[in-house]
Design a protein around this ligand. Structure first.
Ligand SMILES: *[C@@H]1O[C@H](CO)[C@@H](O)[C@H](O)[C@H]1NC(C)=O
Ligand SMILES: *[C@@H]1O[C@H](CO)[C@@H](O)[C@H](O)[C@H]1NC(C)=O
Ligand SMILES: *[C@@H]1O[C@H](CO)[C@@H](O)[C@H](O)[C@H]1NC(C)=O
Length: 384
């Protein structure tokens, strides 16, 4: 055991992590006192620390208003350990029209460990459902223009808009995230990624009212594995091609996902309008569908209310997309729908080892402007 002593000395002298407890900055765990400035002051302390830093949030409920945690920081590593719940104002006008609740911007080496975010979105959803005049809502947690981010064991419930957004980031690792909102809550996407490279999402459970994971323009080298999704709208690449000039989506892997009662399973969706966007190199592997309305779907004719899509043909070029070992049940007869652009047909689509069925009817597949090959058992039989 004589190796222990030098080890202890090492930690004692060299691992000096500065600690910032939000309560000592005046945060109140009572759920009603506004603790925003306490959190921001703890952040300023940690961010300016010469060593690595830890922000600690003890158990309790902390009411936070709109807050931006900005870099660049002097500290090279900030861990935010949350044992409590961060609560958004339930008044949906309180966060203004910024569209964001908690945002990290321009940071490098930030980890969030544990904790719950409570977006208190239900009154806003009700306002939207009633067709009243209401704000668009706020994304609960966003990382913008940041690098080397870890989010582990975080729960997000009842967001007003998207739950977690990764935008303009590099090297982001999310693991063991739990997302929960009502199946009919509008625009409450679970995790949204765009303009980002090297994002990994593992072992997460997502129940929400919109896409479990949505993948926007400019996403590259994305890895998604071991996800349970439902209720929700599935895992979606898109919507893409809303703009004429748009960066593409490249090298996406989605592996071992269970969809339960979702609107879609594995979806690629683009607006039916001109764009130079693209999707290239996607592997969808080992998914289980339980009563999913559209288990496999490419929809390049997205055009809500038929407005702004002059010729209904998408400019987005889709190529090299593989569906491999996808099984389970479809809630509708068309279990595989590949509806590609008439101007830019999908190329190099592979269907391999697909086994989808439907309770009381035969399943079929439907293709438009889609090219590629089928390998091994493919049921419903391939229309490629
Ligand atoms: C594709 O992305 C994965 C991470 O998801 C990465 O490991 C791999 O190197 C990337 N491939 C290419 C060709 O960039
Ligand atoms: C495929 O998915 C199932 C769960 O649906 C999982 O148990 C199994 O380990 C996965 N297989 C591989 C090779 O990842
Ligand atoms: C799917 O969801 C239903 C209802 O929410 C639940 O009863 C069922 O156990 C789930 N199935 C799986 C395989 O998780």
């Amino acid at each position: 055991m004589n190796f222990l002593l030098p080890l202890l000395f090492f930690f004692f002298f060299f691992n000096s992590t500065a600690s910032y407890n939000v309560v000592s900055y005046g945060a109140k765990p009572d759920g009603t006192t506004d603790s925003t400035s306490a959190f921001l002051n703890a952040w300023t302390g940690a961010c300016g620390s010469a060593s690595s830093a830890m922000i600690y949030v003890p158990p309790g409920r902390y009411l936070l208003n709109h807050a931006v945690f900005s870099g660049a920081c002097r500290s090279t590593g900030i861990t935010i350990r949350i044992d409590g719940t961060l609560v958004a104002p339930s008044d949906y006008w309180a966060l203004g029209s910024s569209g964001y609740w908690l945002t990290f911007q321009g940071v490098n080496g930030v980890s969030i460990s544990g904790g719950t975010l409570d977006g208190q979105g239900s009154s806003l959803w009700a306002c939207k459902a009633a067709g009243k005049s209401c704000p668009v809502g706020a994304r609960s947690l966003s990382f913008v223009n940041s690098r080397n981010i870890v989010i582990r064991g975080l729960s997000s419930i009842n967001s007003k808009l998207f739950h977690i957004v990764i935008d303009g980031c590099q090297n982001v690792y999310l693991q063991g995230v739990t997302i929960m909102a009502s199946g009919n809550s509008p625009n409450t996407d679970g995790i949204h990624v765009e303009l980002s490279t090297g994002v990994t999402i593992l072992r997460s459970n997502i129940m929400t009212g919109d896409d479990c994971i949505s993948i926007g323009p400019g996403t590259t080298n994305l890895w998604i594995e071991n996800i349970v999704c439902g209720p929700g709208h599935g895992i979606s690449i898109g919507s893409l091609g809303r703009s004429l000039n748009e960066p593409g989506v490249q090298n996406v892997t989605v592996k071992t996902v269970t969809f339960n009662g979702t609107q879609n399973g594995l979806r690629i969706k683009s607006w039916g309008r001109p764009s130079n966007g693209f999707v290239k190199g996607v592997l969808f592997q080992n998914a289980t569908m339980e009563n999913v309305q559209n288990p496999i779907i490419i929809d390049q004719n997205y055009c809500p209310h038929n407005v702004g899509c002059p010729d209904q043909a998408s400019g987005v070029k889709i190529s090299k997309v593989t569906y491999k070992h996808i099984q389970g049940t479809s809630a509708t007869q068309v279990a595989v729908k590949l509806d590609c652009s008439s101007k830019h047909p999908c190329t190099d689509i592979t269907l391999e080892d697909i086994k989808l069925s439907c309770k009381n009817q035969n399943v079929e597949s439907s293709c438009a402007n889609a090219g590629g090959i089928a390998r091994g058992l493919v049921q419903p039989s391939s229309c490629l």
